[in-house]
Design a binder for this molecule. Structure first.
Ligand code: HEC
Ligand code: HEC
Length: 364
């Protein structure tokens, strides 16, 4: 009896092997669609996905991208990975004022959180990359980040047995190139989504105060209401719901009045326009409770300092100050209660299922 079961299993196995040899092992079928598509776990509150048309997400591609993201092999001396500056438990920031790259070199900017990136059209604080594919190759090559020559990286991966197998599974029949490295990383980054905070539950529930606290609810009203209605008007800049950031093509960069004179010119470096000096990417405020310190240079240690700034510290004479602040042109002078209510609302944007999602953890 036992023997026949075993034989049947052996028979089945050899059948499967023969079957898979006969088939095209490719992950893209004749219609150009992935045969092992990666399934993004969506909820009813989810906006339509914006997937890269020429780089369909496959299970194998996302897996490879995740390995590359967590592997220090990607840096010149094999000490730094993307994850050195992007930690999942902190919504993929590093918790430092400014990040440290290879050989302890100090960068000038604060690390950025990574989630819901597929809906963005500009990347980095100054918006200098317009696609994820283009973005990922920049830290790899930057001398103060991973300092890796792409030609050397391709050779390093080609001579690693594990990556020979993984690239073949993700991109069958294709030689390892920097293009495929960037596409695998793009697939992993696109798969990283976060839409499960207490605020997201409000969509499905009418009993608001059972979902978020009364303070969060008051904070949400302040966040959403214009200044003339007694609100704090955060919404006009952090305006794309459900992102609580700004993904519009023309409105995603703004000067929120941090400085009178700029030490970092931000978006100006990209466009060369005087009117873009001091503009930075309007970040998503999802998971913001996890991503301290704040702003492009990490100048504020906590959300209390951020709220003090928006309440009474805005430089109203800052060049290129955003119209949404100029239009009322005054300090908000929020009460202590109002500031803490807004912080309670921001806390309710934290998605613990995201930072605990095993699909985003290190595969090693
Ligand atoms: C040494 C630290 C460091 C390393 C290593 C690093 N990053 Fe970053 N990352 C940063 C910092 C700092 C920024 C913001 C830089 C800026 O605006 O100039 C950033 C920005 C980004 C952004 C832009 C996010 C947005 O919303 O615009 C993405 C995407 C990203 N990194 C992905 C990666 C990937 C993928 C890797 C590995 C290939 C990587 N990073 C390696 C520190 C790092
Ligand atoms: C004029 C547009 C504008 C308004 C209004 C605005 N923000 Fe911002 N916010 C920005 C920009 C731009 C940044 C990034 C600035 C930088 O780093 O130089 C930012 C950054 C932040 C950050 C830091 C996020 C991080 O990841 O470092 C927080 C928190 C924040 N804003 C909360 C608020 C709150 C709360 C309000 C309402 C009281 C508000 N914002 C109003 C444009 C705005």
């Amino acid at each position: 009896m036992k023997k026949s079961v075993l034989l049947a299993i052996v028979g089945l196995l050899s059948f499967l092997v023969i079957e898979s040899c006969k088939k095209d092992p490719g992950v893209i079928n004749e219609e150009g669609n992935p045969t092992h598509p990666y399934v993004i776990n969506t909820t009813a509150a989810f906006p339509p996905l914006k997937l890269p048309a020429d780089n369909p997400l496959t299970e194998e591609g996302v897996k490879l991208g995740r390995m590359l993201f967590y592997d220090p092999i990607m840096s010149k001396d094999s000490t730094i990975s993307c994850a050195s500056c992007h930690r999942l438990d902190l919504a993929f920031v590093d918790g430092a004022k400014v990040s440290k790259g290879i050989r302890g070199q100090v960068l000038s900017r604060n690390s950025m959180p990574l989630f819901n990136l597929m809906w963005n059209n500009k990347f980095f604080w100054d918006g200098r990359a317009t696609t994820l594919r283009e973005q990922v190759l920049i830290p790899i090559q930057a001398h103060n980040e991973m300092d890796m020559n792409l030609f050397a990286l391709v050779n390093k991966l080609k001579s690693t047995a594990m990556y020979q197998v993984q690239f073949e599974e993700a991109f069958p029949g294709m030689a390892i190139t920097d293009d495929l490295i960037s596409k695998a990383l793009e697939q992993f980054l696109v798969s990283v989504v976060s839409f499960n905070s207490p605020i997201d539950q409000l969509k499905f529930r009418t009993d608001t105060l059972n979902v978020i606290s009364a303070a969060s609810y008051r904070g949400m009203q302040l966040f959403l209401q214009p200044v003339e209605n007694g609100g704090a008007d955060c919404f006009h800049c952090h305006s794309n719901i459900p992102f609580f950031g700004n993904n519009s093509v023309s409105g995603s960069m703004a000067n929120n009045g941090l400085d009178l004179t700029f030490t970092d010119n931000g978006f100006f470096a990209v466009t060369g326009k005087e009117t873009d000096k001091g503009k930075f990417k309007i970040p998503s405020l999802r998971n913001v409770a996890l991503t301290a310190p704040y702003m492009h240079d990490g100048r504020f240690d906590n959300l209390e300092e951020v709220l003090d700034f928006y309440s009474s510290g805005i430089e109203l004479n800052s060049p290129n100050l955003d119209i949404n602040i100029l239009s009322h042109g005054k300090q908000l002078n929020l009460s202590e209660q109002q500031k803490s209510d807004i912080i309670e609302f921001l806390n309710a944007l934290t998605d613990m299922s995201f930072v605990n999602n095993p699909a985003y953890k290190s595969p090693f």
